[in-house]
Write a protein that binds this ligand. Structure first.
Ligand code: ADP
Ligand code: 5GP
Length: 195
């Protein structure tokens, strides 16, 4: 039997950024590469977008189910990222992926990313994805067509605050030309996990 491709020393890769900066695009690219990395599926109380699958993109929970997991101490970190909408990383996700001999990759907001970095220190690489400008962020959110204009304004207001956190991350990755950003992200991940 062929042994699955396992890493002897699995790590954590945190990808954080204001909404619309491109972290999902970057994380999805990393997951297509032949390297032992798996996605930490977060829990959220928001509804699925078109095409999103429960257990793959998120664990979609009601707010009551979410609060029950908070009360049971099942989260590594969690936050009310937008008023009334909670997101969190389940401790069981890190266990699941490490038990499989893989490094964990997270797509989490800026505060959540720094919280995970604080917990794991040098075992984690914290990448901040920076958009070229706030205006570009707005255009990207509009072109993604997943949010109403009100929600876009809410995300932009939060982004202006989040951009100030960039210097607390291990590395800032500017996502201007997508192909360049994807290639830089790949180099960062390969170097960090030693592949
Ligand atoms: P996030 O996960 O940070 O909210 P996404 O990865 O969903 O961001 O990207 C937001 C939108 O911008 C998507 O429609 C995506 O296809 C697009 N996008 C991402 N990176 C770039 C880029 N470098 N240039 C142009 N569009 C981009
Ligand atoms: P979206 O609704 O666009 O999928 O995500 C909104 C924001 O929540 C993004 O910045 C995303 O990275 C963040 N997010 C997703 N999962 C988690 C999580 O587990 N914890 C935290 N703190 N933020 C998360």
């Amino acid at each position: 039997m062929i042994e699955p491709f396992k890493s002897p020393d699995p790590k954590l890769i945190i990808v954080s950024a204001p909404s619309g900066a491109g972290k999902t695009t970057i994380v999805r690219h990393i997951l297509t590469l032949p390297i032992p990395v798996a996605f930490s599926v977060s829990a959220t109380s928001r509804s699925p977008r078109n095409g999103e699958l429960n257990g793959k993109d998120y664990y979609f929970l009601s707010i009551d189910e979410f609060n029950e997991k908070v009360a049971n101490n099942e989260f590594l970190e969690w936050e009310e990222v937008y008023p009334g909408t909670c997101y969190g990383t389940l401790k069981s996700e890190v266990d699941r992926i490490w038990n499989d001999g893989k490094s964990v990759i997270f797509d989490v907001d800026v505060v959540g990313g720094l919280n995970i970095k604080n917990i794991y220190g040098d075992k984690a690489l914290a990448i901040f994805v920076q958009p070229p400008s706030v205006e570009t962020l707005r255009q990207r959110l509009r072109s993604r067509s997943t949010e109403t204009e009100d929600k876009i304004n809410m995300r932009i207001a939060k982004a202006e605050y989040e951009l100030d956190f960039a210097n607390r991350f291990d590395v800032v990755l500017v996502n201007d030309q997508l192909e360049i950003a994807l290639s830089e992200a790949e180099d960062l991940v390969r170097n960090f996990i030693g592949i």
